[in-house]
Design a protein around this ligand. Sequence first.
Ligand code: GRG
Length: 303
Amino acid sequence: NISLQPHLPIFQFEQYMKEKAKIVNEALEEAVPLQHPVEVHKAMRYSLLAGGKRIRPILCLASCELVGGDESLAIPAACAVEMIHTMSLIHDDLPCMDNDDLRRGKPTNHKVFGEETAILAGDALLSLSFEYIANKTTKVSANRVVRSIVELGSAVGSTGLVAGQILDLYGEGKDVSLRELEQIHVHKTAKLLEAAVVCGAIIGGGNEMEIERVRKYARCIGLLFQVVDDILDVTKSSEELGKTAGKDLVTDKATYPKLMGVEGARKFAATLLDKALEEIAHFDTLKAAPLYYLAVYIANRQN
Ligand code: GRG
């Protein structure tokens, strides 16, 4: 567990997350109305409104406020990031990818709507995300909106999520080094978290130094997210099995605990958290509290 610094303000983190998730959910509900052709819009809404922690859009709003912007400015960007995240989950679950039956506690999109519709719903969400941020971001200079779109585009395509997914696919069954594992996670997970935070800061009016600081923060928490995920996989399955070795220590999949041991992975997670918090320490303490606690939450989450 993380010992909190004494000078930090008291911050109702759970309440903050609930409030922000509500704002995001309402905006998403409005962004994708159930319109003609209903088959694809139903499928888009099914996954987009299926819950989820909304970490990425909340990071985007928090980062906008950190640099002094009003959070309302970043709502379209926050929604765009969640649309991209959701479409990546829909495609990731497909039979030709991970072939998963359940997502966010519900049957996966292709299980309910069929593969063809699931692919199209994902494509439509991806396209809508760019249309939405470009069309709905108001009271922000065109230059900043375009910069955010470039940021998002590079986080999604062959230098971002797609890169992570392809590296992951081609790494299956092979000996993956620590460096290769990091490349997979930086692209699959950290890039979109980075885009969320950076877009928030760009839209909120942040200067170059502020944007670079939040970028560094996001890179650390992006990787942290995955290291913690790997540790949870091991410790959870050890608990379930009543053994010291979890499933990822005995299967083919490369994970941080497998490559550096559980204790090594824990130490790496603590280092990443420290580095992330160091960047945030340069901002006003009150304004930085949400991003501070979001990092601590990612480090300590139990699911
Ligand atoms: C993006 C064009 C394009 C195609 C998709 C399939 C694919 C390429 C990429 C896979 C990306 C992927 C599924 C990465 C894993 C990301 C991750 C850590 C998911 C879990 O995030 P949480 O815990 O989930 O925030 P919730 O449900 O809470 O939103």
